[in-house]
Design a binder for this molecule. Structure first.
Ligand code: ZN
Length: 350
């Protein structure tokens, strides 16, 4: 757990991600819609990208009332850029589920994403973007710009809008008032309403190559960059998050053996969705090992080759089903225990 303290968390408002600079320049140069949809894997930096785009659109390096949308990245020095950094720009509205805002440390000064009855110490931060939040978007887009330039809405991640939220947004996306522009981000665009997708110009965000991702992680102070990157399926921000949670090489690579032994010790304090996520990765690798292929998530962990393909496939299906119901387990310890015993049975070699 020690190593976590030296890791520098990523600040999506302050730190540029090197692999997103080229797509950002492209998006600024070729934008032809008032609404962009940034699509990429969840750990690739969608929010950073959306905020960088918003910041560029609001940047006043060419003067505050430039009629043309800016085609260059933000200058980082003008009054507008400083207001964005301070999270107080009057013409920028960032909408994210409460759980995301809390993870970013943004929950304090913002209204929540829509719970009318929200109070201090409320049990569970919501993962949804609720209709009240989208109504704020609608009202914001109708106001005139405070600084005379564009008004920008960042909505992340867009697939967390429920059906009512999405339908409420639709009309504003279709007929935006005045100078409003939108950046939606999504790791699962197939979960968006087709009508939302069709109103937006899509921008594909690349997953960086392993070398670039490792170099960036090392720069953030992650000691076991290669292993954590593999553990995160190649997605650097997810790997950083694992590091922040205190995960290291030794602990991660010991997990397959512990699951085979039915031990829950290393999983103390893990929320159930995180347990399931890890087990799903183990199931993928056990299936790969059983058919003579290399592990993806647990390299060098020595997964046995003699696994039973039928049994492992059945286990993988069970985990997919469990994942859909994992948000609010009645008893996390009991469920983790059951999941690990199931893993133990599935991972036995003949
Ligand atoms: Zn600027």
């Amino acid at each position: 757990m020690k190593s976590a303290s030296t890791i520098r968390p990523h600040d999506p408002l302050a730190d540029a991600l090197p692999w997103l600079q080229q797509p950002l320049a492209q998006a600024l140069r070729h934008q032809r819609s008032h609404a962009l949809l940034a699509v990429g894997q969840p750990g690739v930096g969608q929010l950073s990208f959306a905020l960088a785009l918003a910041r560029a659109w609001l940047c006043e390096a060419d003067g505050p009332r430039s009629a043309q949308p800016r085609r260059e990245p933000a200058c980082g020095r003008c009054a507008s850029c400083l207001l964005v950094s301070a999270r107080t720009h009057p013409d920028l509205l960032v909408i994210a589920p409460q759980a995301v805002q809390e993870a970013l440390g943004w929950s304090g000064d913002e209204d929540d994403a829509g719970d009318a009855g929200e109070g201090k110490g409320k049990a569970k931060a919501s993962n949804e973007i609720k209709v009240e939040a989208v109504r704020r978007v609608v009202a914001f887009a109708q106001q005139t710009s405070s600084r005379g330039g564009a008004k920008v809405v960042v909505l992340h991640p867009a697939e967390q809008m429920n059906a009512i939220s999405a339908n409420t947004l639709l009309k504003t996306l279709e007929e935006p008032a005045g100078t409003a522009r939108f950046v939606l981000s999504s790791g699962a665009p197939d979960r968006l309403l087709p009508t939302i997708r069709s109103r937006c110009q899509a921008i594909a965000l690349p997953t960086p190559g392993a070398d670039a991702a490792r170099a960036w992680l090392q720069g953030q102070g992650v000691a076991d960059a290669g292993v954590l990157l593999a553990a995160a399926g190649g997605q650097p921000l997810s790997a950083l998050e694992l590091g922040e949670q205190g995960m290291d090489r030794k602990t991660w690579l010991a997990l397959p053996q512990q699951m085979r032994a039915g031990s829950t010790q290393a999983l103390a304090g893990w929320p159930v969705p995180r347990v399931i996520d890890m087990l799903q990765k183990l199931a993928v690798d056990a299936l790969r090992a059983a058919s003579g292929r290399e592990a993806v998530y647990f390299p060098d962990a020595g997964l046995p080759q003699g696994g039973d393909l039928v049994r492992l496939s059945a286990w993988a299906s069970e985990l997919r089903a469990a994942r859909r119901h994992a948000e609010h387990p009645l008893n996390a310890n009991l469920q983790t225990e059951a999941l690990v015993q199931r893993a133990r049975a599935a991972l036995q070699t003949a």
